[in-house]
Design a protein around this ligand. Structure first.
Ligand code: NAD
Length: 293
């Protein structure tokens, strides 16, 4: 069992670190927020004095932080003190450029590194059923696999540095666009006098079929577990969808990829957030499309 540093013990990082403890690892954590530290301690995580102190003692350091600037800041502290061969795994969702810079920072000091963002949300983090999308060298991936398996169910090696982040934002751009498409279809059906169930019965077995419809249906009824049945409590908050769509737009602009629907989806989620609905599940965008307040 390994000594694992864990930096960023928030909504996702806290339960992920707890699962590493349950798997028998010695986990030394760090966060800036006292409540996150207390919850992690209660789950069996030892708290370290600083990111540098943790990295100097750990074989593996996992980061789960809000954005690219936080990750690069922490990597600036941990990469110089990490022992050669230490593995740095960043599970945060960040922009591809920052992810590649983080890999370069690690390599400069002889540390192996992986970008390994996740999908599955807080529920998946608690249950240990996250999907990891990893980018980095094959050796780093194989070294990370048993650690990631303690926190997730599906682990995919997507390619070299930044490929995990690329997979995450491409997937979530599909999700944002498809959710809006499904919502628009339900709003049109309502205006045409077609019932939700009738549209669902046809489209869920026809060419309009997609995850946003069949697993996460944005109207109450057809899929009882979807957030629409609990007044759009998240689930996956609209603010996080906006974050991922903005990352996709940044990446598309940098790479010269035309993404007109991705841009429109980002604008619509920005509008939903501006209306004070950032904490609502992202499928709740149907209410904005209906013109409800
Ligand atoms: P969160 O805000 O709950 O947790 C982030 C934690 O990082 C906070 O506790 C914060 O205090 C800590 N932090 C910030 N700067 C730090 C520093 N310099 N040193 C130590 N700790 C620091 O956020 P979250 O929901 O846990 O999300 C974390 C990451 O996971 C984000 O990149 C997010 O996009 C991604 N993600 C979240 C979800 C979700 O459903 N919440 C799903 C998939 C991916």
């Amino acid at each position: 069992m390994a000594v694992i540093g864990f930096i960023g013990l928030g909504n996702m990082g806290g339960p992920m670190a707890a699962n590493l403890v349950k798997a028998g690892h010695q986990v030394v954590g760090y966060d800036l927020v006292p409540a996150a530290i207390e919850a992690a301690e209660a789950a069996g995580v030892t708290i370290g004095a600083s990111p540098a102190a943790i990295a100097a003692a750990a074989e593996v350091v996992v980061t789960m932080l809000p954005g690219g600037k936080h990750v690069l800041g922490v990597y600036g502290e941990i990469a110089p003190v990490a022992r050669p061969g230490t593995l740095l795994i960043d599970c945060s969702t960040i922009d591809v450029d920052s992810a590649r810079k983080a890999h370069a920072q690690a390599a400069e000091y002889g540390a192996a590194s992986l970008d390994a963002p996740v999908s599955g949300g807080v529920g998946g983090a608690s249950a240990g059923t996250l999907t990891f999308m990893a980018g980095g060298e094959a050796g780093a991936f194989e070294q990370a696999r048993p650690i990631l398996e303690a926190m997730g169910k599906k682990i995919v090696h997507c390619g070299g540095a930044g490929a995990g982040q690329a997979a995450k934002i491409c997937n979530n751009m599909i999700l944002g666009i498809s959710m809006i498409g499904v919502c628009e279809a339900f709003v049109l059906a309502e205006k045409l006098g077609l019932s939700h169930q009738a549209l669902f019965d046809v489209s869920s077995t026809s060419s309009g079929q997609c995850w946003s419809l069949t697993s996460y249906c944005p109207v109450p009824g057809p899929v009882p577990a979807s957030p629409a049945n609990r007044d759009y409590q998240p689930g996956f908050a609209a603010a996080l969808m906006l974050k991922d769509l903005k990352l996709a737009q940044e990446a598309a602009q940098g790479a010269g990829a035309p993404t007109p629907l991705g841009a429109a989806a980002a604008q619509l989620y920005a509008m939903m957030n501006a209306q004070g609905q950032g904490g609502t599940d992202f499928s709740g965008i149907i209410r904005m499309l209906r013109g409800e307040g």
